[in-house]
Design a protein around this ligand. Structure first.
Ligand SMILES: [Zn+2]
Length: 364
């Protein structure tokens, strides 16, 4: 993939180009932005550029032909260390950083990044899913972050700065990535056959994607697509706290499979949808001018009908909606660290109802 196929991230590209031109590349970067917008692709492209063995005019233009370039694409480059959360785990295991019990400090990222580069002239490590780094994992990285080996580069990839441990954030250069526009998502969906199930038109998937390619792919499952719409309708009533609705959310999570991690991801997605809903509520009542390529017409209609002509005190409503968003983030934190999903979901939707109505009692 060429840089010009990495849509929407020109400012990050220019930033790295400037740093490399001035020979001032930092040793640790934290990439943040929503899932499914190309952060990992960007990190891999950067790694390929830095490990390319051809003498190019521009250091950020990998030749795509040399062994180094090809090994990066095949994920077999000896100087590129890739760490991510295993499919069925809720965290990145400590072994990934410092080796298993029998090989402590002799294996894992922290050991590998300190070795002399084999062929690339540099060691590059990419930690995907940094949201799933726990305290123990982060602690194991501290020495590497504080005393980075010469010619090493560490890139952590997460969804937001707030989700990272402060020990990591304070030692990293933050690079923010914006969501794609809906037309950019549609362009990618049209050019690559990544959607197998074509029940839902690609343009509707792009509209509902919130600028994330991975969300568009999830929504191509019509159950997921319908669930999102039902969630919006229910939140618009300001009374999502009925047991049958909590049950619908749990069913949605359970339909992902038997693994807790799959169910957890679904609940986090449900809360992401709810956050999208509440943000649109704010845009509606403040009558904010927004780029139509970045809002879902379906959601705009729902919030316009429910709240467009509201006579309520706007400041009070804004405060309530902001608290609903905060409550959704709380729910995501709870889901990440607990397994009692049913309770968490029931309390979540009940409290969303209370907060959005500005009461602490059930709807009459
Ligand atoms: Zn090359």
């Amino acid at each position: 993939m060429a840089w010009n196929e990495i849509l929407n991230h020109e400012s990050a590209f220019e930033r790295f180009q400037r740093s490399i031109d001035r020979n001032r590349l930092a040793s640790t970067y934290l990439f943040v932005g929503p899932a499914g917008i190309g952060k990992r692709t960007f990190a891999l492209k950067l790694a390929q550029s830095l490990l390319c063995e051809s003498n190019n005019d521009s250091p950020l233009m990998p030749c795509n032909q040399c062994p180094g370039c090809q090994q990066v694409v095949a994920a077999t480059h000896p100087d590129l260390i890739l760490v991510s959360r295993p499919a069925k785990k809720s965290i990145i295991p400590l072994e990934a950083f410092i080796g298993d019990k029998e090989h402590r400090r002799q294996e894992g990222l922290c050991h590998a990044i300190g070795l002399k580069p084999f062929r690339g002239g540099r060691k590059i490590a990419i930690i995907d899913d940094a949201d799933y780094l726990n305290q123990e994992g982060a602690n194991s990285l501290l020495k590497t972050l504080e005393e980075p080996p010469p010619m090493s580069l560490l890139i952590l990839i997460g969804t937001s700065e707030q989700r990272q441990l402060s020990t990591i954030v304070s030692r990293s250069q933050i690079v923010r990535f914006d969501p794609l526009s809906q037309s950019q998502v549609l362009e990618i969906l049209n050019s690559k056959s990544i959607i197998e199930n074509e029940d839902i038109p690609l343009s509707e998937l792009a509209n509902a994607s919130a600028g994330s390619l991975s969300t568009a792919v999830l929504l191509s499952d019509s159950d997921c697509f319908e669930f999102r719409r039902r969630l919006f309708q229910q939140l618009a009533t300001k009374d999502p706290g009925q047991n049958e609705f909590a049950k619908a959310i749990i069913d949605f999570a359970e339909s992902a499979g038997k693994e807790n991690s799959l169910r957890r991801d679904r609940l986090i997605l449900a809360a992401d949808f709810a956050i999208t809903f509440y943000r649109q509520w704010i845009l509606t009542i403040t009558q904010a001018q927004v780029d139509p390529d970045r809002v879902d017409p379906y959601l705009v209609n729902i919030t316009q009908e429910a709240f467009g002509d509201s006579a309520e005190d706007i400041n009070q409503t804004l405060d309530q909606v902001a608290r609903c968003i905060e409550r959704c983030s709380d729910m995501q934190r709870q889901v990440r660290s607990n397994a009692g999903f049913a309770n968490i979901v029931e309390t979540w939707v009940r409290e969303l109802g209370w907060i959005s109505r500005g009461t602490t009692t059930p709807a009459v």
